[in-house]
Design a protein around this ligand. Structure first.
Ligand code: FAD
Length: 467
């Protein structure tokens, strides 16, 4: 049976981009249908991304802090984990948040259709549900169908010991020896979790640093701190992976190591994500997709077809939930007739590892490329009273300043809660702050965010005697 439906806006995909767009459309008075293939809303971020990873990273942090504080006189005994309980807790909170999204959709009277959506024309989307088919006739569409993990062609992903991030977050077991292929944010967050749970971790990365987009000096603070926990193999590549009864045999070769074969109990492939643009028959609506699967959009999130918009991971990097949410709100506003454009000065990036690595605005390597005259001011957490009192002095706060205008153009924080601290730097850049504005703002003492004011003072030359 084919159901037929007419709506002003259809949103394809109920991840953070899609549900944010649908809710904003409805709030702006537009009749809205939200389409999702899975029974739960929230997309990758809520179900198999941001939220479950942060729940498990919280567990990892508590485990590590409990161990560390024993050196300072608080002894809990060796912390133990009940894997089933941790998994249940993670699943419960994901479910709770997903129910919250469903309730918000219900309250707004957003019409949700579960099933796999594909375009059949510039004004029609067909949705194959479990028992029926629905054809939605729309005035405007927002494509928010997200992305999926990249698989390595020479690895059989059928074997249960070959993981992607979704498998890792399922927390079925803790392998004794885990290889993480890819030293990006997702790989390192998973490495942090499994290391705290007891796995011996190797990380292999093809570039000469982990978290390649961030500046080297920033990343070095992190790598120094975790060097006793993970074995990082930089400028190294995996050549073959063979699954055998007694383990996964991985051959690799690198700049600093002779070709070798190592045996692991599980291998996590975390080498990036690929957009779902080629899986939606968007061509039938006339929408162009590039050869990687991304859909090109203009500054109002409009594709080459005037009534079809796209947002989130599917339109390009950075593949981050907050970028997709912002784009979703923007597309909704444009559809409602507002003259908004996507023009943020900055999009924050955060690796929620231990310590956290967070950066925003221009990195030094980007500043160099653009030819801007800049200076860097760094405040080491070894000089922060709060960091020392909280036993987290392995960190830095860094500001990058345009020396012609004295405006802050970038910044980074490595250390506990670095991602939270980054907010002040983001606001400073968006508001066109002069570095002096930050230096003259009274920051509470003793706090970690005080390090931002102190970095500004380093730039101003009022602090010169740092360790
Ligand atoms: P998605 O979240 O991918 O949602 C797309 C939705 O569309 C899905 O629900 C999918 O089922 C649905 N869909 C796709 N095709 C169809 C179809 N044909 N019909 C119907 N439905 C369809 N980002 C951060 O900002 N912070 C983090 O801490 C963070 N941590 C992460 C950790 C991990 C392990 C991973 C994997 C990702 C993480 N991300 C994080 C990235 C973040 O999850 C994504 O950037 C975000 O989910 C993208 O949102 P989206 O709305 O574009 O797409």
């Amino acid at each position: 049976m084919i159901n037929k439906l007419k709506t002003q806006v259809v949103v394809l995909g109920a991840g953070p981009g899609g549900y944010s767009a649908a809710f904003r459309c409805k709030d702006l008075g537009l009749d809205t249908v939200l389409v999702e293939r899975y029974p739960t809303l929230g997309g990758v971020c809520l179900n198999v991304g941001c939220i479950p990873s942060k729940a498990l990273l919280h567990v990892a942090r508590v485990l590590e802090e409990a161990k560390a504080i024993s050196k300072n006189g608080v002894v809990f005994g060796e912390p133990k984990t009940d894997l089933d309980k941790v998994r249940t807790w993670k699943e419960t909170l994901v479910k709770q948040l997903s129910v919250n999204i469903s309730s918000m959709a219900k309250l707004r009277k957003v019409n949700i259709i579960h099933g796999y959506g594909k375009f059949i024309g510039t004004n029609h989307l067909q949705i194959e549900g479990n028992n029926d088919t629905t054809v939605v006739n729309f005035d405007q569409a927002i494509i928010a169908a997200g992305s999926r993990p990249i698989q390595l062609p020479f690895i059989s992903h059928e074997d249960s010991r070959i993981w992607d991030s979704t498998d890792a977050l399922a927390l079925k077991s803790v392998p004794k020896r885990l290889l993480v292929i890819g030293g990006g944010i997702i790989g390192l967050e998973m490495a942090t979790i499994y290391n705290a749970l007891g796995s011996k971790i190797d990380v292999v990365e093809i570039f000469n640093q982990v978290i390649p987009p961030a500046d080297k000096d920033v990343v070095q603070i992190f790598t120094k701190q975790i060097s006793s926990n993970f074995n990082l193999m930089l400028e190294t590549k995996v050549t073959t992976v063979e699954t055998k009864a007694d383990g996964v045999y991985v051959s690799m070769e690198g700049k600093n190591m002779a070709a070798a074969t190592k045996i692991y109990d599980a291998v996590l492939v975390a080498i990036g994500r690929v957009p779902n643009g080629t899986r939606l028959d968007v061509g039938k609506a006339g929408v162009e997709v590039d050869d990687r699967g991304f859909i090109n959009v203009d500054k109002q999130m409009r594709t080459n077809v005037p009534n079809i918009y796209a947002i989130g991971d599917i339109v390009g990097p950075p593949m981050l939930a907050h970028k997709g949410i912002h784009e979703g709100h923007l597309a909704a506003a444009v559809i409602a007739g507002k003259k908004h454009h996507f023009e943020p000065k900055v999009i924050p990036s955060i690796s929620y590892t231990n310590p956290e690595v967070a950066w925003i605005g221009l990195t030094e390597k980007e500043a160099k490329k653009t030819g801007i005259r800049y200076a860097v001011a760094t405040f080491p957490w070894a000089a922060s009273g709060r960091a020392i009192a909280s036993a987290c002095q392995a960190g830095i706060t860094k500001l990058i300043v345009d020396t012609d205008s004295n405006r802050v153009i970038g910044g980074a924080v490595v250390g506990a809660n670095g991602g939270e601290l980054l907010g002040e730097i983001g606001l400073a850049i968006e508001m066109g702050c002069d570095v002096e504005d930050i230096a003259l703002t009274i920051h509470a003492h003793p706090t970690l965010y005080e390090s931002i004011g102190l970095a500004a003072e380093v730039y101003e030359g009022t602090i010169t005697d740092l360790p």
